[in-house]
Design a protein around this ligand. Sequence first.
Ligand SMILES: [Zn+2]
Ligand SMILES: [Zn+2]
Length: 120
Amino acid sequence: MHDAGCEGNDYFKCDFCRQPWSEERLMIEGHQGSLFCVRCLTPAYTSVVLAKEGEEHRDRKCVMCLEERDQPQWESPLYAEASVCLRCIKQAATVFEKDPEAEWKRPGPPKQEVGDGIYT
Ligand SMILES: [Zn+2]
Ligand SMILES: [Zn+2]
């Protein structure tokens, strides 16, 4: 979102955590100035893509693409009115992964402990 009451980096705030833009908090822009930061992407990706916890909200629009989709969405734990759809989460993941400044890596599935690593 764009915060008209602030200037500079503070003008740009993530819709999901409402923290201002910074070098450690790169953001991707959606429609109508909505913003999704790299810090929120990790829990969103983990929850919806890996754990498949996302819920479908047919009557709710994704703040990034402004579409109502029959797709799981991630809801901000802080601001329930902000939700992002699976497609936009994946799109953001692709963008941040390619951006060296974002230093973002796709979270993997929980690692399985493999004994002492000794195989016979
Ligand atoms: Zn955020
Ligand atoms: Zn979307």
